[in-house]
Write a protein that binds this ligand. Structure first.
Ligand code: ATP
Ligand code: MG
Length: 247
């Protein structure tokens, strides 16, 4: 048990969730390393949601509300840290959820499918019974996608994604949204909308935005997207990383 008074309490709690997911067998070793990379960036951000991230979240929700077939892609880290809020988001904006693992094994997919079922969510895509195809016929495990999900989806939220897969997705006509604490990653640079924030803060914030924007008309949503520039927003995000201690 971590004491609530510990100065790194929140951060240690997330580590605990990540190691638990590894022990339960659905998170790969490299997922723990990826978490560490994210942690370092979050430390430099002061573990706070920065203004450019909020702006990106508005654009992301607007884009998903305007979509015909929005899909949320989940991997081991996302499930470990944010499964409940992801299910809420999918329901609020009427999106599908698809499992997509960098290190896909039948066992990991089954554990994650069962976790979603235990939460009352039975429609998970990308499971072991699903019909998987390859995006643009690229025969790489990075390009596999569910026929009714990412393969035919038009707006795809890919939190904590690897650059190789982001690159494959970015070459399609789909709109790609990511949540990635590293504004310099290939994923952040290649996506149409990049949210530089910790997924544990971002998804609940996106849920409240979704409740708000759902009531808006399409023109308002389109304007939010038109006013958004990902490259400018990433540039602005970089300014928030503090490498000098405040005196
Ligand atoms: P890329 O392949 O896009 O260049 P990378 O190789 O640096 O990125 P990966 O390990 O492929 O990184 O992907 C993990 C990404 O997820 C990292 O950029 C990391 O900062 C980010 N990340 C890890 N944990 C979190 C988290 N809790 N919230 C948001 N982002 C996170
Ligand atoms: Mg990578």
């Amino acid at each position: 048990m971590i004491s609530k008074t510990h100065p790194r309490y929140e951060s240690l709690l997330l580590r605990e969730k990540i190691t638990k997911a590894y022990k339960e067998g659905y998170l790969a070793e490299s997922g723990m390393i990826a978490h560490g990379r994210g942690e370092a960036f979050d430390y430099l951000l002061g573990e706070k949601t920065i203004y450019p991230a909020k702006r990106a979240m508005y654009a992301a929700i607007a884009q998903m509300l305007l979509a015909n077939n929005p899909v949320i892609s989940v991997n081991g880290n996302t499930v470990a840290l944010a499964i409940d809020d992801i299910i809420t988001l999918a329901k609020t904006i009427n999106a599908k959820i698809e499992i997509n693992l960098f290190h896909r094994t039948k066992e990991r997919i089954d554990i994650i499918s069962d976790l979603f079922k235990s939460k009352g969510y039975n429609d998970i895509l990308g499971n072991n019974n699903d019909d998987l195809k390859y995006i643009n016929d690229i025969e790489s495990p990075r390009a596999s996608a569910s026929t009714n999900g990412i393969y035919t989806g038009d707006v795809i939220l890919v939190p904590l994604e690897d650059g190789d897969r982001a690159e494959i997705l970015a070459k399609t006509n789909k709109k790609i949204i990511t949540i990635d604490l590293n504004p310099l990653s290939r994923t952040s640079k290649m996506s149409n909308i990049s949210i530089v924030d910790n997924i544990v803060r971002a998804i609940p914030f996106m849920n409240s935005i979704a409740n708000d924007l759902k009531a808006q008309n399409k023109e308002v949503l389109k304007n939010i997207i038109t006013d958004f520039s990902n490259s400018e927003n990433l540039e602005e995000s970089l300014d928030f990383f503090k490498i000098k201690e405040e005196k």
